[in-house]
Design a protein around this ligand. Structure first.
Ligand code: PLP
Length: 426
């Protein structure tokens, strides 16, 4: 399937006159349409709710759009909770799925009335010393071993630091019942960026079966199952996008087979999707600064891995469109690089693209989740702006670009005769 940018070269040229590249651009129409499709796919479950994984794209304007579409927020730190709370999310619109949790984070999550999703058995005593337990809490399960679908290994839960063993789940429920907890949620996250439609139904089967066992063994009321994140996107043009309608129907079949016969048909389903909600609806847009021909052909951008870390970190594929050259043949082989002093700073290696010239704008696809949020400041590179392409086609600045003043803000230059010159003080 061909990947098509959601803006044209003309639009980007115009935007760049006001907001210099590199910048992230998000597509409001795409975000809303996708959020509605997800909601529809799970509409058969009366209590269904998506808690957007804030870490994927922590921007209040985007959280607000998702909130308007009925989503809550999944947070894993106090700052993420503050951000979600700033757009008016509190109480059971917040899921707190943390691990290695500091006191202050638990305290804020509790104060805001968020669902607490306990990653570990020992964290229960830790939290019980801080506050009295709420009526409803969630427990994170780790089945261990290898998680496989149709003989294909998806991931290795046995190697993952998250969640509790089955035996610990039972003990945790008993302990929490004794502490006055009335209702329980169960959660697991077993594979990331899954591309088939089988992941959620298989995970649902594991969690629903566990829910039945927990209920039978302890009498505890299971209020919800949290399927967490993990639905992927087709980063490569030859991959098929997930069919969310089929995924919803797949989960429904398991619900009817496992939960309904046990009269557990009041169990709400929650999701904590990040990537699926935003990745395709955000792009990193960057300009070609230089060309270089040595043993390979390089094009160097004004963005670097500090703006989008995934290719450097995991060798992740991000499709690239040279704006204005959508219909030209891809007959030139390039490494597309940034300017960090690290050789893994490459957005693409041996990529066939149209003939590129200095000044061309590149649209780096599917960067709307785990993109800007994973940015860093290595080599003194500054984080870029984030822009929203609104419903009516206008463009709104939703995060300004960092300045040198931001970069130096945590340093005190008074012992150096205040000799920092950023060029902006005159
Ligand atoms: C990262 C994360 C998510 C979101 O994952 P995606 O792959 O972006 O869907 C959801 N829940 C938890 C606990 C996470 O750590």
């Amino acid at each position: 399937m061909k990947k098509t940018p959601f803006v044209t070269l003309e639009q980007v040229r115009k935007i760049a006159q006001q907001y210099p590249t590199p910048f992230y651009l998000y597509d409001e129409n795409g975000i809303r349409k996708n959020a509605r499709a997800l909601k529809k796919a799970f509409a058969w479950n009366a209590g269904y709710k998506e808690y957007f994984a804030v870490k994927a794209t922590p921007n209040p304007y985007l959280l607000q759009i998702l909130k308007e579409e009925g989503c809550g927020a999944d947070c894993s730190s106090d700052t993420e909770l503050m951000l979600a709370n700033a757009v008016g999310l509190s109480g059971h619109d917040l899921m707190f799925s943390s691990n290695v949790t500091p006191k202050k984070d638990f305290q804020l999550a509790h104060a805001l009335g968020a669902y607490l999703n306990f990653d570990d058995y020992n964290l229960i005593d830790f939290a019980a010393r801080l506050f009295s337990m709420p009526d409803t809490v969630c427990l994170r399960f780790n089945p261990g071993g290898i998680f496989a679908l149709e003989n294909h290994i998806m991931d290795h839960p046995g190697e993952a630091k998250y969640g509790m063993t089955e035996a610990q789940i039972y003990r945790a429920v008993e302990k929490l019942l004794a502490l006055g907890v009335k209702h329980f949620g169960l959660h697991a996250f077993l594979a990331s960026n899954t591309t088939g439609d089988e992941y959620y139904p298989r995970l649902a089967e594991i969690l629903f079966s566990l829910a039945v066992k927990v209920h039978k063994r302890t009498g505890a009321h299971i209020a919800f199952i949290n399927l967490s994140g993990g639905i992927g996107v087709n980063y490569k043009p030859d991959e098929k996008p997930c069919n969310i309608e089929r995924i919803g129907e797949g989960v429904r079949a398991v619900y009817e087979r496992v939960l309904v016969p046990e009269k557990m048909d009041d169990v709400a389903l929650y999701t904590e999707l990040g990537r699926f909600m935003l990745a395709p609806y955000g792009a990193l847009i960057s300009k070609v600064l230089h060309e270089k021909d040595i043993y390979k052909h390089y094009v160097g951008l004004d963005a670097c891995a500090a703006n989008l870390m995934r290719p450097a970190m995991y060798g992740a594929y991000h499709h690239i469109t040279v704006l204005g050259k959508e219909d030209q043949p891809c007959d030139h082989l390039y490494d597309v690089t940034g300017g960090l002093c690290e050789n893994n700073d490459k957005f693409a290696i041996d990529r066939l693209l149209p003939k590129i010239r200095v000044g061309d704008y590149l649209f780096i696809h599917d960067a709307g989740a785990h993109g800007h949020s994973m940015g860093y400041n290595y080599n003194g590179k500054l984080r870029s702006a984030e822009l929203l392409l609104e419903k009516d086609g206008s463009v709104k600045l939703i995060r300004r670009a960092e300045t040198p003043e931001d970069y130096f803000a945590t340093l005190d230059f008074s012992e150096f005769h205040d000799r920092l010159t950023t060029g902006n003080e005159r």
